[in-house]
Structure formats: C-alpha cells, structure tokens
Design a protein around this ligand. Sequence first.
Ligand code: SF4
Length: 435
Amino acid sequence: MNDLPQTPIALDDFIEPAVPAPHRTRQAKVVWGSRVVTVGGGAPVRVQAMTNTDTVDAIGTAIQVKELSVAGSEMVRITVNTPEAAAAVPYIRDQLDRMGIDVPLIGDFHYNGHRLLSDHPACAKALSKYRINPGNVGKGDKHDKQFAQMVEVAAKYDKAVRIGVNWGSLDQELLTGMMDANAKLAEPFEPQQIMYRAILTSAIQSARRAEAIGLRGDQIILSCKMSGVQDLISVYRALAKRCDYALHLGLTEAGMGTKGTVASTAALGVLLQEGIGDTIRVSLTPQPGEARTQEVVVALEILQSLGLRSFNPSVTACPGCGRTTSTTFQELAKQIDDFLRAQMPVWKLRYPGVEKMKVAVMGCIVNGPGESKHADIGISLPGTGEAPAAPVFINGEKALTLRGDNIAAEFHALVERYIDKRFGATTAEHPTAHA
Ligand code: SF4
C-alpha cells in the first residue's frame, strides 16, 4: 500500500533555501598603502594565491604577482627563504607599485624567518602580512624564542600574521608529547584523533602566545591545512568552534588538474557553506604549460558557484546530448565565456554590476527556451532536426530569432549591446579596495 500523500508538497509548504551561514570571526586588515583587504568579520571571502617563481628574480616574481592579481587574487604570497630573497622583496614591492598593482604581499617564512625579518627591515616593511608555520620555527628552546622574534617584528610594523599549521610540517615535539600521553591512557584514542588535536593545539596555542607577546587578536589569521578532504572538514569545524580568529582555508597539496580542482572544491564548498573560511587559497599543482593563474580561476569559481561573491558574468550552457550533434553551441558557449572573462578587467570599472549577469547558451528546444528565460540574455540553438532558428531571450522575454551562418557573431554583438545598455550608466570604485 502506498502511504504517500496525494499532494506531496502542499502549496503552503516552506522549502528552506540553502544559504551560506554567516562568518563569525574577528576582522583582520591586510594593508598596502591605501589598499586595505579585510579578512573575516563579515568581509567578503578573500581570494589569495602564491607565486612559484624564485623570489630572488624580482622582475619575474613581480610579473607573476601582477598576473595573479589581475586574475583576481586579492593578496599574493611569495616565498622568503634566503637573505637574497628577503633583499629582493622591497624591489618586488617597488616594481608592483610602479605598475600600479597595489595587491598586498605576504611573506612565506620557514626555519629562518626570525633572522630574515630581523636582518631585513625593508623586507619586513614591504610585506603586508607574514606567514609563520609554528612547526618550522625551530626546535627545543629555540622554538618559542624564534617564534616570539617574528611576532615582535609583526607587532612593531603593525602587520597581519597568518599562523599557518600544516599537517605535513606539524610541530613534532608537540605531536610526540600528545601521542605519548595518549598511549598511557587506559583506553587510548585513535592516532587520527591525536593528530587532529595536535594540529588544533599548535594553531590556537600559537595564536594565544602571539597575543601574549603583543599582537592584537585582529592581526591574527589561522590555518590548519590538511590534504585529505574529510580531515580538512573535521579540523576546520573544530577550529571554528574553538576560536574567533579569521580563518585562512585551503586544502594543502590538492594535486593537479581535475583531481586538485575537485578535491579543493569539495572541501572548501562544505566549509564555506557552513560559514567557515574567511580567505581561501586553492593549492593546485600546475600541469605542464598551465598558467599559475589557474588556482585563482578555480578559487573565484568556488566562491561564485556558492553565491558568496560575483566576479564574472556566468554562462549557463547545457552539456549537450544526442539531440544536438553539432558542436556549434559548445563553441558559442566557450566564445562567450572567453569574451566575457577577457573584457572583465575593463568592464568591472565601466559597467558596475556586470559581474552578476547571467548568460545562457543552450543546445536545443528541450531546456533551451526555459533556461534562456532564467538568464539575463540567452540563446536556444537549434538541435538536430529542428528548424535552423535560434530564439534569443532578453530579461525573460523572447526578443528576436537569429538565423543563418552568422548566429555566433550576432549573439556576441547582442550581449555587448545588452551590457552597455543595462550597466553602462555609472563608474565603479576598485572592487576590493577598502571593502
Ligand atoms: S538542452 Fe537539449 S541539447 Fe542540451 S542537454 Fe538538454 S536536451 Fe540535450
């Protein structure tokens, strides 16, 4: 017998819309000149990236920082691993300023950061934020001293600090101590539990020490990076419950290509939906020949897909199937997507709000008109056997029908005209400055 009600959804049933939870952290400020990138405390989730150039190559590094910034990275981290690299940092900063790239620079320090920051004050000043890995600041009694030395420089120059724990370089003395204590329990916990606790302890304890040394809580950003998706989710949920520092979120060593993209998206998507994560980095290994900016592209797409931010007009395209055997709609969708992305550096200044626009490029009559009506401007191309006509919908209404061999170019022109008419009236501020 079927017990299901005749009308499973009553007209007055309320379907809870999925909305990302609010972020409840303190707000850190990462500053360069008049550029202030706020992190946490209700600010938009920030995108950051890291260079893979040799920092000693100041010009090469400045060029890559510029590329990452233009692609949408709001802060860029560079390796500072040697005295030569530290000496290059002010030149990189200067070069960026000359190019008009005011993106804040973050210095990534391991092992010798205390010396580099103390010996190179120009480097310490040119950086807007320092990344300190508490697992890599020295062993034994040097650990606390060297950690304190870095924090004191940050306090002196009023810089933000990320205390960045990584399970691949976790403080081994801390972990061993916790493992030994666990082994003595009548019923020891699984090693995974102790690993999680050690990672969280390292991060939170280090942050409290930094505050005791002289940093304000709103100068501190925390991260606890793991390479397993479920591990990362477990640790960040626990971290968010136990502190209100702004959180840097990323799946470490995510890998290459599709694997790295999907794993990062899965992990970050779950956490961001729960309101966890104030700035993200997607740690993709570039495939041979792939641009470093791909990690920024993926980070932007994650935030835009979740509805957390808008960076580029979105193109909805159907996957295609046996109803459309030509590749026309795939080519048109790609052309439109490439065109919109290429124009955005100029358009975001000229056409405020254009980043929220939705364009649909569909393959046949089944979903084409419906999906096109939901978009701001959409085209439903003819499927196999359909009349060679492509209706165009603007603001939900059928506006005209394109025919012939020039459909792609004509639709392109229609999109441009639509943007100019709808978004062309005012001028925008820099989208991230002072936000
Ligand atoms: S819109 Fe048409 S071509 Fe595209 S996936 Fe649906 S049925 Fe297939």
